[in-house]
Design a protein around this ligand. Sequence first.
Ligand code: WTA
Length: 641
Amino acid sequence: MANMYPPSPEFVKRARVQGMEGYLALYRKAAEQPEEFWGELAEKELEWFEKWSHVFEWNPPFAKWFAGGRLNASYNCVDRHLATHRKNKVAILWEGESGEQRQISYQELHRLVCRFANVLKGRGLKAGDRAIIYMGMVPELAVALLACARLGITHSVVFGGFSAEALRARIQDLEAQVVITADGAWRRGKEVRLKDAVDESLAGCPSVRDVIVYRRVGAGVPMQEGRDHWWHELDEGVSEVCPAEELDSEHPLFVLYTSGTTGKPKGIVHTTGGYLLHTHMTMQWVFDLRDEDTFWCTADIGWVTGHSYIVYGPLSAGATTMMYEGAPDFPQPDRFWRLIEKYWVNIFYTSPTAIRAFIRQGDQWPNGHDMSSLRLLGSVGEPFNPAAWEWYYKMIGKERCPIVDTWWQTETGGIMIAPMPGAVPLKPGSGTLPIPGILADVVDLQGKPVEANKEGFLIVRRPWPGIARTLWKDSGRYRQAYWERIEGVYLAGGAARRDEDGYFWILGRVDDVMNVSGHRLSTMEIESALVKHPAVAEAAVVGKPHEITGQAVACFVTLKKGNWNHDELGEDLRKWVAHEIGSFAKPEQIRFTDSLPKTRSGKIMRRLLREIVTSNSVTGDVTTLEDLSVVTRLSAQQDED
Ligand code: WTA
């Protein structure tokens, strides 16, 4: 039996949702009367220019929320706070890697967003156009998102760790008219040359008319006449007045590319009203947000967590959202704890990988800091092993702070399964129970719920406001990836079990998606990158259990005829993957083999390879593996029988 941690009476007393009765009342209402439930919240919690005609339309598998209603996400995140006590409240609290600080009030944010929206307008951009945003973690990144949202330009942020190749694929798929970037970004005291990557990526991107470059590091970068413009030059003398476009609730707010089970990333499409309501409500239900809180989500805005819980959720809810530019261990392993102490952070949201890395660095780092401002901790992105959970609870939260372990996905828009901290008793390693409106379950392939404590597929029965509407230009793949294998339900791609209390335990992915440091990577994507290398004949990639990052990338490679030096080639291939996708996708291990295990129909048996990397104690980056053909033949027979 897992340890149980009920919320303390002091926490419950001040919580937004109090006790299991509070949670159950909301959950039941949302399950029984979803339209009333969400309709009332949308009316109360968001500002609309025009009311919707229907709360919800469901033309399986395509959902619409508040269609016909008109609103603007930028208006909801900024303008609406200006007539309140929040006008001069800090909206974005930023610290640069080298220690610079910026505190941007809601009013100041309004000015920045309106100015940049006018810059975009000045380049002829308008509602329906697409912007690719490729920047480091500076406030202008949030400003760029909000300025796009203000005009109805659909944005797609590409994480700064992606390579020029990966960037190009996204620009092309989206047919973006503009790329918003920076000369560079700071990472562990070094410059990441973002503009160089943009220049490299733009060969073969005829849709891009303009590149807008924010000056962050002061690096000399070539500027192409007519195409490239400095942000600060376009911003000169621009008007501070820019009314927010009145957009349909179903207007696409952003596209975010994420890894799927094929080599091609999926462009997840999120729209406006439903997404905003989902992120706004989870700020209250799960993070129990209060006006006086300083809220810090340590994700990068290049991932969905940063979209939903650095920008849209917190700002819509009127929070002070903290943003940190650099690495967690720079200049020393206590940077996060230092920031919590310095800014009196109240709610801290990070990943299990970060926690496991901190555990390894030693207790002396958090111990040196006064973190008594904390009242709530959160986790996202990967299964949270109970030992790391306990350390987080004791060492960082001093047994005072509930931990909200939040399960969700790029596709879900916002948090789906997580405790309401003043209501639901915690069990280390469990995301506990779904939030209101989320009819989650664990089922077999026929869609039948499995018994308590039995493993099955994690599904959701009914669309919720923040659900992805489709995949960019590929509604067929949307249907097939999420809605077809088990009829009529959303298939999340994860395995899970529910215990005797109905608590959810997320066990990991059931498809060919790996989770490395909380980042989703597709085995197929890395395989396609590897086989582009002139030396490689075939490649198979699997996730290998890793103590800190959850999983690491392990590759099995067969080579074309030639005289290869395995050590050099192994290193070369690791760099190659970094070049094709990004440094965060670098394989930990490359193993050379004469043949890959396949079924008789020619499918690579990743299951077998997973077993090999899980049980085999061979370590080191480059390992030569003997011919796998014998094991293979045997297992292939079993697989197809
Ligand atoms: C995994 C990140 C266990 C899961 C918000 C999911 C988790 C994928 C948790 C989505 C959690 C996320 N416990 N696993 N609390 N949160 N995952 O799209 O495998 O980058 O499918 O969204 O991360 O990753 P994504």
